[in-house]
Design a protein around this ligand. Structure first.
Ligand SMILES: C[S@@+](CC[C@H](N)C(=O)[O-])C[C@H]1O[C@@H](n2cnc3c(N)ncnc32)[C@H](O)[C@@H]1O
Length: 456
């Protein structure tokens, strides 16, 4: 492990935010790659992650804060603009480094990378910010616009969420999206029990608690779990608590024949195989062969031999299997990902209304295709990690309109953990979890049942 000087961590952070902000790309992937390539220490990793996530997560707010002091923003080189955003983030939101030190470091970076004009502009803008403070959010009179800027979400998304879920729920979600998400892990119950793992981790000095939505999950409140030997032993997997609810609600039994149509990287396939105590079969597909390899790898790590992987477009699966083949089907569909912006802040800037509409069409096609393969009385879970009625409730409603042989499984609602009772997101079509409900990903799931006595 190497320690870097604070300034070089800042430079690496600047390269990442500039690249993500200017060319696109996922910050979490770039951070992970950098940590591996440079072999960063735990401390450097924490600083790098804080600066990259914080700056990207709050980009629009930072832009607003700096707006009185930056003229001709369009003319600035991308790295200069992102250097200003990153410095503003530290000055406004982090207490650890005094403002004068942040300005000094920014100026040093500007000297290394730019000409004199840039150096004095960076110095001038940040000194103004220090002296006069960030532009006041109070001046934005229109409530949705203010929420959008205050929480750095695009206005179209705030408007859309307000229309769908109301101002209160939207505001809670937008603020929650600015927080760092909690790490949760799932215990491989074919190897050990949650009680044993909780004891083991507590003895090792971790602060942990059982999850609410799954009987296999553990929330890590304190401690760096990622290097823990329990992972090497195949006793743990990292998984968000909302995702764990899917495995819980699959209602599987030993020896069942299960299809997971969109399975990569394998979080839910492996959970299902664990639930079946490594009996029966989980047929795990994904469009991309490279991603299918991840499912295989995860299954091997966890010793789950009943998972069979292959690449395929899920829409083609009816050509490979007879109707009524599977006892259970999971369609964890590709989606806009608007429920996971805490962990992947880039998503909120990258997605558009158009994407939502296109994805909803694909989701319906996928549902129509895989639904043919379910046995009578079988159950199918449809889920997404997004918060949008078009991709969630409306896909389910359209599907059910065209498929009278299906219904929302009435026992879905009674099987849900009691803590979900009375949630705003619970409807006749399924359950929309908001990130602020359980401090987990924004997520939708429902369970459909193929009725007996119908053909087709
Ligand atoms: C939400 S992710 C699945 C996450 C996975 N179920 C898990 O728990 O780890 C959706 C997946 O669908 C895959 N996908 C997209 N289009 C597909 C298609 N037409 N057929 C099959 N898989 C598809 C994507 O490659 C992606 O891995």
């Amino acid at each position: 492990m190497k320690m870097m000087s604070k300034n070089s961590v800042r430079e690496v952070a600047l390269d990442i935010v500039t690249r993500v902000g200017h060319q696109g790309g996922f910050s979490h992937l770039l951070i992970n790659k950098t940590i591996q390539q440079k072999g960063l220490s735990h401390k450097d990793t924490a600083l790098l992650t804080e600066m990259v996530y914080g700056t990207i997560q709050r980009k629009d707010t930072l832009d607003y804060f700096l707006s009185p002091y930056i003229h001709n923003k369009k003319k600035l080189k991308p790295w200069v603009l992102w250097l200003l955003y990153m410095s503003c983030y530290q000055m406004v939101y982090l207490d650890r480094v005094p403002d004068h030190a942040v300005i000094h470091e920014a100026v040093e970076i500007a000297k290394k990378r730019g000409h004199k004009g840039i150096v004095s502009m960076v110095n001038g803008v940040l000194r103004n910010l220090q002296r006069k403070g960030p532009a006041s959010l109070e001046e934005i009179a229109e409530p949705m616009q203010r929420l959008a800027i205050e929480t750095s979400h695009p206005l179209w998304l705030v408007n859309r969420w307000v229309e769908m879920y109301g101002m209160d729920e939207t505001a809670r979600m937008c603020y929650k999206n600015l927080e760092r998400s909690m790490m949760t892990v799932r215990v491989n119950t074919t190897r050990t029990t949650r009680e044993e793992v909780i004891k083991h981790l507590t003895d090792d000095g971790f602060k942990v608690a059982p999850t609410t939505l799954s009987e296999q999950g553990i929330v890590i409140h304190e401690g760096n779990i990622i290097q823990h030997p329990l992972f090497q032993e195949g006793a743990l997997t990292v998984q968000d608590e909302s995702s764990m609810l899917v495995g819980e609600m699959m209602d599987v039994q030993e020896e069942m024949n299960v299809l997971d149509a969109c399975s990569a990287p394998g979080g839910k396939s492996t959970h299902i195989a664990e639930k079946m105590n490594n009996t029966g079969a989980v047929h795990a597909y994904d469009l991309h062969a490279k991603k299918v390899a991840l499912v295989k790898q995860k299954a091997e790590q966890l010793g789950l031999t009943t998972i069979k992987t292959a690449a395929s477009d899920a829409r083609m699966l009816p050509q490979q299997y007879d109707e009524h083949t599977f006892d259970r089907i999971l369609l964890d569909a590709p989606c806009s990902g608007l429920g996971v912006v805490r962990g992947k802040p880039d998503i909120k800037y990258a997605k558009s209304e158009d994407d939502v509409i296109k994805l909803a069409n694909i989701q319906l096609q996928l549902l129509q295709s895989v639904s043919r393969l379910l046995k009578k009385n079988g159950k199918l879970i449809y889920s997404t990690c997004t918060v949008d009625r078009k991709e969630n409730e409306e896909v389910v409603a359209s599907f059910l309109r065209e498929h009278p042989e299906y219904e929302v499984d009435p026992s879905f609602f009674t099987d849900l953990p009691k803590e979900t009772n009375g949630l705003v997101g619970l409807s006749q079509w399924g359950l929309q979890l908001f990130p602020h409900d359980f401090d987990s990903d924004g997520f939708f799931l429902t369970r459909l049942q193929r009725k007996d006595g119908h053909h087709g």
